[in-house]
Ligand binder design. Sequence first.
Ligand SMILES: [Zn+2]
Length: 340
Amino acid sequence: MRKSRLKHNLVKFGLTGLLRFLNKNPRVIFYHGVDFAESINSLHINPDIFEQQMIFLLKHYEIISIHEYENRFRTNRFTGREIVVTFDDGYKNNLTLAAPILKSLNIPFTVFVSTNHIGSGDYFPTAIARIIIRYSNLSFLKIDCLKYSVTLKDSKQREKVCEAILRVLKCCNIQLVNEICNQLIANVSPDEYEELCHIHKMETPMNWTDVIKLHTEYDCTIGSHCKDHFICNIYQTEEDIREQLQGSKQIIEEKLHTSCDFLAYPNGIYRKGDITNYALTTAAEVGYKLAFTTVQDRLKSNTNAMLMPRCAARFEMDDFITKLVLKPNFFKKKKASKYL
Ligand SMILES: [Zn+2]
């Protein structure tokens, strides 16, 4: 039986309720954006589906704030039904589309922002690469700092070039990432870049006025996602890692006049080397109470507070429901702690 059919049948025959009962574990789920337009990178969920998902969570789980989650983690008081709703990066549509839905349902949420993008309005490196390589009128692309040039042809070939550049972006220090972005943008005219950004405006980050509004007018906690959507891996210097973790926390605290206690590592897969040991010890040292990965492990009583699990929310409703009951890995349950 195909996986999608299996998921559909699990939902149809009401088996997810049983699985939900059997597979209790607190879950922190994450989204990126919420938008009506089709996303260039599957990061933005349709608002109507997002609302349906929130209504579903209210019915079947206990949605709590990240502060309450931290409190229950510290005091070991989980029931296993908890859900924390989070967003990564800090897109403007978090304020314009997601926040009103969450407010109407009384749902607390957390947005992890990359503070330099909030300050500059610059699109994220992966978005820049995608919109220029996939959608520009370019027939030839040149990135001098990588000694790379390529003729752009059909969409299939463009996709391959795009994937290659995205892979390179993950293995560069922050200075080189910025240089690659500048050189990607320099391939097209300012007018074309502006037009591309307008077409893909769902990639627009919030500004500080937006972030302050989100924090003051909604039940929203602002956490850090580093200064530059910075991947805390071995390609970065320890000095840069410290600055990204500490500097982003400081500016959030200055702008919002509140402590910034939570971090979500960009591309946070610890096992793949996205987070060095230096990064996680530094995250604790500079004062984060919890730091989140993008790994959907089970939460245990001895889980490292600087390596907390999170689960990416699926967009399609049956997928969303079944993933929540099957992840974190159901079959590892026996090894789990008293967190159920
Ligand atoms: Zn991110």
